[in-house]
Write a protein that binds this ligand. Sequence first.
Ligand code: ADP
Ligand code: ZN
Length: 215
Amino acid sequence: MKIVLLGPPGAGKGTLAKGLKDHFNLMHISTGDMLREEMKNGTDLGKEAKKHIESGGLVPDEIVTKMVENKLSNDKNVKNGFMLDGFPRTRTQAEDLDKILKKINLPLDCVLSLEASLKIVLERLTGRRVCRACGALYHIKNMPSKKEGVCDKCGGELYQRADDNEKTIKNRMEVYTESTEPIIDYYKKQGLIKTLDANKEAEEVRDFTIKLFNG
Ligand code: ADP
Ligand code: ZN
């Protein structure tokens, strides 16, 4: 299965991807995670990305697209199926993705559009915590770790992303509405869009999606 996950920040793309990964054994390609990894390692790419990410803006198309192209063209697991999470985010990225997938002969099967209300999205983002070591996701109210500040899975330290503050979240939402939402239409025209009610709890969204694919 080759899937794109679309939706505003906080809709639950990362959480759903992690849920589906275990079930369908799909590769999870998250440009946000890849960029944060570059930032953590202090690479040139990471330094460039940091400026954009911390203000809630987008990293330039060329940089992100190159990163995704490298992954899709070089990782041999890609042909067993993948979920793209956080990419494409602009019309240009969507068009370039089509070209890349055409080149490697792996066209998309579907685009899942996660719809969630602004109220829910804000709640999720402001309460989100991430494991520094393994990337597991938590929420201080909806999905707390057993011990505060410590990852259940690996014992790593939980932290709050620098861009999960109210001011940056507001920018990210505006960027989403302006740049990313229009590509829903782009995929609608290709007949690829499936809409999910992402206001529901994580498990429910995951189970619904699994049923959707199993028919
Ligand atoms: P969220 O979906 O919660 O906003 P992500 O982890 O997907 O978070 O992305 C975090 C940030 O990384 C974005 O706000 C943006 O600055 C940058 N980023 C991630 N993916 C892309 C992309 N495809 N194009 C441009 N910037 C990106
Ligand atoms: Zn962990």
